[in-house]
Design a protein around this ligand. Structure first.
Ligand SMILES: [Fe+2]
Ligand SMILES: [Fe+2]
Length: 178
């Protein structure tokens, strides 16, 4: 087990983190993105003389329930979840500002580490996704995530309802559908 894994071992088996393997983020599993941020922030923490453990713990939680917020405020949502899981205030403080310059400015070294690590990880996510387009893997994974991510399920249902509606108009005209 790598050192960055040992400081988050308890969180790695937490259901809120485990379920992100089936959630989509940047068209890849959210868990992959968050682990990338863990690895990067653990490394970058040294440069910023930040607390590595705080950085790693903030990183593995930083995008939980991000769908419930906007680009600017989803950090606050994840910060609250971290607090509810019993994480200390420094972890939530680092999470809340990870979208800077969208959203609040970091107030701690750990906050700055998360901003930098998250930006680099997002670029790497996209590169990985583009690379996987050539083999078909990216689209396969994306399709399966859209089946398991609860955020997409109602949308899919709405889409199916709409296509049924248009099909019935095609067959019977408006008279039969109203
Ligand atoms: Fe985020
Ligand atoms: Fe992120």
């Amino acid at each position: 087990m790598y050192q960055y894994q040992t400081v988050i071992a308890d969180l790695l088996s937490h259901p809120r983190v485990v379920e992100t393997r089936h959630h989509m983020h940047h068209s890849i599993p959210k868990h992959d993105h968050m682990m990338r941020v863990v690895r990067y922030s653990y490394r970058i923490a040294r440069l910023f003389r930040a607390d590595r453990r705080t950085c790693a713990r903030a990183a593995i939680l930083h995008d939980l329930d991000s769908r419930l917020g906007t680009l600017a405020n989803h950090g606050a949502i994840a910060a609250e979840i971290a607090a509810s899981l019993g994480e200390p205030a420094e972890v939530s403080r680092a999470i809340i500002s990870h979208m800077y310059p969208l959203g609040p400015r970091p107030t701690t070294r750990e906050g700055w580490v998360l901003v930098v690590a998250d930006k680099i990880a997002s670029l790497t996510d996209m590169t990985a996704f583009l690379g996987g387009l050539f083999t078909g893997r990216s689209l396969r994974v994306r399709r399966s995530l859209s089946q398991t991510d609860p955020f997409y399920t109602p949308r899919r249902r709405r889409h199916r309802r709409l296509s049924r509606f248009w099909r019935s108009i095609g067959q019977h005209g408006f008279s039969r559908t109203t």
